[in-house]
Ligand binder design. Sequence first.
Ligand SMILES: NC(=O)c1ccc[n+]([C@@H]2O[C@H](COP(=O)([O-])OP(=O)(O)OC[C@H]3O[C@@H](n4cnc5c(N)ncnc54)[C@H](O)[C@@H]3O)[C@@H](O)[C@H]2O)c1
Length: 334
Amino acid sequence: MNILLTGGMGYIGSHTATLLATAGHQVHIYDNLCNSNIETLARIKKITSKDIAFTHADIRDTKKLTQVLQDENIDAVIHLAGLKAVGESSKNPIDYYANNVQGSISLIQAMQASNIKTLVFSSSATVYGDPVYLPYDEDHPTSPTNPYGQNKLHIEEMLQDLAVSDAAWKIACLRYFNPVGAHESGLIGEDPNGIPNNLMPVIGQVVTGKLSSLNIFGDDYDTPDGTGKRDYIHVVDLAEGHLASLNWLNSHAGCHAFNLGSGDSYSVLELLHHFEAASGQNIPYQIVGRRLGDLPEYYAKADKAQSLLGWKAKRGLAEICSSSWLWIKNTRSH
Ligand SMILES: NC(=O)c1ccc[n+]([C@@H]2O[C@H](COP(=O)([O-])OP(=O)(O)OC[C@H]3O[C@@H](n4cnc5c(N)ncnc54)[C@H](O)[C@@H]3O)[C@@H](O)[C@H]2O)c1
């Protein structure tokens, strides 16, 4: 298939592009590089030994996007482009609506104009909000607690309406839990521009000396060691979830939500200790106040993805930490 990845130069997109190209698909990346680096393109090409097409443009440029979809004979789109910092979304909500919601409308319009109706969308576990029960399954009520999560829910609702209005659409909304880890080559990984928000890139900055210590936001949650517990999922497992979704959508119309998580949860301190064991590095940390909106614990019930898509997370914390360490070592040497 000819597959367009919006946001394909980012963390999850670069791993998904690599996997799809290796599986024999023709990959076209469309990204404005607002949170990624052009160097990633050469790295994906190096890992895959495949030609990867790239357009440097914004998804809100509907004309450009339509042109690329048509010129490249695209069959399906994986829509990863978006701003993703939860805290920032509360400070600048309109920027988030403009980029994430408006950008998705632009993409859908470009796809409609090009008669392309297969779409995999990067949604998020943040659509669920405060847990009514755990683990979250796909029927758990959706009540996001921040503008970023609202964006994801609005886009999912739009896609639901679209699939109802036209039965030819085949859509999967993948609700990711906490992506971590890196490609086994050590050539691609999470490398955000500016100050990172996620745990692993911050650990990376402590190891490389950019930060003196890791801030852990709260140790007084109702969890065994008091730090928040999350469902960490290896980014390569996540990439495999996209391929499994595309294959499944071949024979399934409608709009479908799937949790992509490991089904387990680990505390920040547990992840940190696994990372220290994998890397042989000591990571200094300090406990600071809780972050507004952080939940004590959440994790996925991922049975739907297993039974329908035949997908299951296979890689555990040891592999997550060793691949992250390889990536961090490599970025340090650049
Ligand atoms: N990483 C996570 O923790 C996580 C969790 C759940 C969901 N998601 C979602 O998955 C998707 C990918 O996340 P990621 O971690 O790879 O983030 P990322 O920031 O590394 O990648 C996103 C990419 O989209 C690009 N982009 C953003 N706005 C764009 C626009 N208007 N036009 C074109 N390109 C644009 C960025 O340059 C970047 O390369 C996002 O939609 C994110 O919300 C991420």
